[in-house]
Every structure is written in C-alpha cells, then in structure tokens.
Ligand binder design. Structure first.
Ligand code: ARG
Length: 408
C-alpha cells in the first residue's frame, strides 16, 4: 500500500488496551510510533506510561499536563452555555476529545508524522469525535482506528497478543474488566458489562469519586463561587486557576455525594447506551452559573440561550467542537456573558446542590420595581393596557368559538 502510514502519533494512556495498540502499530503496520499521553486530571500517574513506551522502543514520547487548557478553553466555554445533553449529561468525555485530537495533530506536525491513532472502539461516540476533530485540524491526516481494523475477535485474542509480545497483563485484566471507565477533571464515566442491564441499579463499587449521598455529612455546607464574565474565578473568596477551581469543587462535591447520574442516552451512531456519570464539581458549577445568570442576564438573552443550548450540546456530543456552527453559537454565548459577574452562595447537602443567594455589581434585579411594598417607580395601572393588548387575540378566538358553539 503506497499510503501506508510511516509514522503514527498514538493517544496513549499507558493502560493495557493502548499498549496492545502501540505494539500492534509497530509489529503489524511496521510503523514508527510517537506516543502522546495527556494529563487531563484523570488522577493516574503518567510516568509509568512513559516507562512502558520507552520499554517498547518508542523514541518520541510526549507526556503533557493539559489540565489548565482543558478547563479554561473547553470546560468553561461549555459551562457558559449551561450545557447538558439529553437533559442531564454534562459531556465530560465529549469535551475532552477535541483537545486530545488537536494536540495529536500538533505533535504530528512537530515530529513529521503522517498519521494519528486512537483507542476508541467501533461502536461508540469517541471514534467519531476523535476523527472529526483530526480532519477538521488536518484534512489530509491518515487515521488509524485499530478497533475497526485488527483481526482480534475477543478479549482472549488481545491478551494472547499482549503475552506474546511481553506486555504485562494485570491479573484482574485476564477476565473481562467489570466495566469501562473514562475519567478526567470534569467527570468519571462508567459503561458496559456490569452496567449493561438498564433495569438494574448500578452497584455501589462503580462510583469512584463521590460519596453515597446517604453517607455524606449530615451537616450542610455553604460555599461561595465568584464569577467574572461567566467564568468561575474564586471559591469562598479565594482566587483559583481554572483547573484548581474545578479540583476544589470536585473535592467538595465528592464529599457531599453531588453529581451522580445514571443515564440511558442516545449515541450519535444510533444505539442507546446506559452510563453512570460522576461530575461533582461540574454539577456545582452548573447550578452556580445558572444562579449568577439569574441576576445578571436579561430575560430575552437568557431564554434564547436556553433555546440554543440543546443544539450546542448536541454539537459537542456528536464531535463538532471544531465546526463553524459550534463557533457561531459560542460567539453568541460568549457575548451574553459580559455582565455575568458576581457571587453565588450554594448549599451542599447529601447529593444536592442549591443556590441560596446571589449578588452582582451588574445586577438587573430591581427591588424598587418588584417590591410588594409601596413603590414610586412602577405604575400598576400600566398593566391594564399590557394585558388588554396581550389578551386581544385570545378574546377574539374565545368569542368566535362561543358563537360557533364550541368550548362551552
Ligand atoms: N457515553 C459517554 C459519551 O459518549 C461516555 C463514553 C466513554 N465512557 C466510557 N466509560 N468508555 O460521552
């Protein structure tokens, strides 16, 4: 094949599956492999990944801490829109893929590689997200998708290949892993195996970063989150970097059992799947952001944002982060955030997060207008004309229907 890849940048976790992929690229495709491992806050040591890659003869190894970029340029822009997919999924996996893909393409340029490779299976959303992002960043890049290409039919085939090539297989990996996990600073998602029957409650051992709400502290905790132009900047008055802020909210949310979700969702490629999500900090952040928008955003702008949001969420879910329509929506969303400044007070208690107060230097809330007490700024008789005109067509309809004998 003339277009056989010569040098491939692999998104490498250091785990068994991507180690098998690395070896497969070297032995079956005969290609040189460049390894890229990103720290997105998955909470795993990354140096072992570097060691493993070195042992497999990899010369060019990129281990990079992308946590700040991830939260600042991907998570926060998404939270400006109060984004949830199908009513509740905070898109923790979907939002990480474009960053990994973008960096893989940059590394391909740096190292003169002509191909990139990911470890997503042929059934999920992630293959689509990786590959749409690769092609949006480099229209000519070659893409290797081992799960759709190799001959291994079963887990046993994979393990045999690993053993033949001296890739260490942990004892608990010999059988089927109990479920599949994807984690980063925003969330932990678990799918498959033990979770495949959507009628059965997920076993407690699936949850990895949140306390069981029943076991969370009996005392509620109040926290304050400060916002500037729609992005969170402080917790309890302490200014924090994006990644540190999300880390802090994850700790708080984890303790109070916040952000657990059991969802049966529609994948882009057509099938339904059931997943367990834990998004402790993100769940607090969503509540807080809505809280600060309540007091700073005009009603018309707020309602338009809520209409655009499901479309924006679907674009991210389906892998269109790098697309003109996502960027258009982002521009509108970002424009709405100019006055979204101030502080929100929240109560964390046994799996729930509630806004209990909000203040802003740019508040649109006018006590003068809304007060139940006497006021001097609002002439209540003006509502007469407002209602008369607003009701006009309803009255005409009702009169027509009455004369037609309907609706009696
Ligand atoms: N269904 C989620 C999504 O498409 C998570 C996918 C990855 N999770 C996993 N445990 N493999 O965004």
């Amino acid at each position: 094949m003339s277009d056989a890849p010569k040098k491939i940048v692999l998104a490498y976790s250091g785990g068994l599956d991507t180690s098998i992929i690395l070896k497969w690229l070297q032995t079956e495709l005969g290609a040189e492999v460049v390894v890229f491992t990103a720290d997105l806050g998955q909470g795993e040591e990354l140096e072992p990944a570097r060691k493993k890659a070195e042992q497999m003869g990899v010369k060019e190894i990129f281990v990079e801490d992308l946590r700040e970029e991830f939260v600042r340029d991907y998570v926060f822009p998404m939270f400006r829109a109060n984004t949830v997919y199908e009513g509740c999924y905070l898109l923790g996996t979907a939002i990480a893929r474009p960053l990994i893909a973008k960096r893989q393409i940059e590394i391909a340029r740096l190292t003169g590689a002509d191909a990139v490779c990911h470890g997503a299976t042929g059934k999920g959303n992630d293959q689509v997200r990786f590959e749409l992002a690769y092609l949006a960043r480099d229209p000519d890049i070659k893409i290797i998708s081992p799960w759709r290409q190799w001959e291994f039919g079963s887990r046993t085939d994979l393990i045999n290949f690993a053993e033949k090539h001296g890739i260490p297989v942990a004892a608990d990996k010999r059988g089927e892993a109990p479920f599949s996990v994807d984690a980063n600073l925003l969330h932990t998602s678990s799918e498959g195996k033990a979770l495949e029957d959507p009628a059965l409650e997920a076993p407690e051992f699936v949850y990895q970063r949140t306390a069981r709400p029943e076991d969370a502290p009996d005392k509620p905790q109040k926290i304050r989150i400060g916002f500037e132009q729609g992005d969170p900047v402080s917790v309890d008055g302490e200014i924090l970097s994006p990644a540190n802020l999300l880390t802090r909210l994850n700790e708080l949310g984890g303790i109070h059992g916040i952000g657990r979700l059991d969802l049966l969702e529609n994948r882009f490629i057509g099938m339904k799947s059931r997943g367990i999500y834990e998004t402790p900090g993100g769940t607090i952040l969503l509540a807080a952001h809505r809280g600060i928008e309540e007091i700073t955003l005009d009603g018309g702008a707020a309602h338009l944002k809520d209409e655009l949001m499901p479309r924006y969420a679907e674009l991210i879910y389906n892998g269109f982060w790098f697309s003109p329509e996502r960027e258009m929506l982002q521009a509108a969303i970002d424009r709405s955030q100019q006055m979204v400044n101030g502080e929100v007070t929240l109560k964390l208690y046994k799996g729930s997060v509630s806004v209990i107060g909000r203040t802003s230097p740019n508040s649109l809330y006018s006590l003068e207008h809304v007060t139940f007490e006497d006021d001097v700024v609002f002439d209540q008789s003006a509502a007469d004309g407002f209602i008369e005109l607003t009701a006009l067509r309803l009255r005409l309809l009702a009169a027509r229907d009455r004369s037609a004998g309907k609706n009696q």
